[in-house]
Design a protein around this ligand. Sequence first.
Ligand code: IPE
Ligand code: IPE
Ligand code: MG
Length: 241
Amino acid sequence: MSTFKDKIDISRLPKHIAIIMDGNGRWAKERGYDRIYGHQNGVISVREVTEAAAEIGIEYLTLYAFSTENWGRPQHEVDALMELLIDTIEKETPTLNKNNISLMAIGDLSRLPLEAGKKLNKCIDQTSSNTGLNLVLALSYSSRWEITNALKNISTDIIQGKLSQNQINDELIASYLTTKSIPDPDLLIRTSGELRISNFLLWQIAYSELYFTNTHWPDFRKESLYEAICDFQNRERRFGK
Ligand code: IPE
Ligand code: IPE
Ligand code: MG
C-alpha cells in the first residue's frame, strides 16, 4: 500500500510548518470523557507529529499549545494543561536529544507558572546544540500580544535614539517579533474543522498556505501530517507575482 509519506517530494519540503492543534475537548466529549483526557491524548499526537517532521527533514515545526486567551478557561483546565506541559517537557527531553531536535518557545513566558517556566528553560538549554528539527512551542502566545510588544520596543528604541523612524520596514518589524530567528511558515495547518486563525502568527502567515482538516488533534498522526504536506506540494505559490 502506498502511503502519503511515499508521495512526498523531499526536494520541495515546506521549511516551516505551523499547527493550530485544536479539537482535544470535542474528541474527548465524543468518547464520553472529560476534556482533560483529550489533552492527554493530544500529547501523543505532539510526539508523533514531531517525530514525523524530524524524520523527513522539516526544519521548523511550530505548535500552538496555549493561547493568551486560553488563560480564560476554567482554572482546573488551565492547571491540568500546565501540569501536562511540565510533565511532557521533562519526560521528552531525552527523546528530543536522541532525535537531534532543539526546543524553542515563543509567547509571554513570564505568565507561565514558575515551575513550568523553569522546566521549559531547562529543556531549551539541554537541547540547544541539536542541529535537526527546531520545535517551537507557542505558549501563552497571541499575535496581537506579540505585535503590541514589538511596537512598544520599537518606540522605546526610537525614544532612546537607537533607531530612527525611517529605518522601519518589513524586516525591521519582523526582527522585533518573538519569531525573529524563525522563517515565516510555508504551511499552516488547523485541525478540528474550525476555519479561523485564533490570534496565531498574524504577521508571519501573510503568504502561508492554509490547510484545514476536520480531524481532531488527538487523531492527527504521522500520515495526517504527510497528507497535509502532499496537499501543500500540489499548490502553486505565487506571492502576488
Ligand atoms: C486544543 O483543543 C487545545 C488547546 C487549545 C489548549 P481544545 O481544548 O480547544 O478543544 P476543543 O476545540 O474545545 O474541542
Ligand atoms: C486555538 O484554539 C489555540 C490553541 C490551539 C492553543 P482555541 O480552541 O483556543 O481557539 P478558538 O476559541 O476555537 O478560536
Ligand atoms: Mg478549541
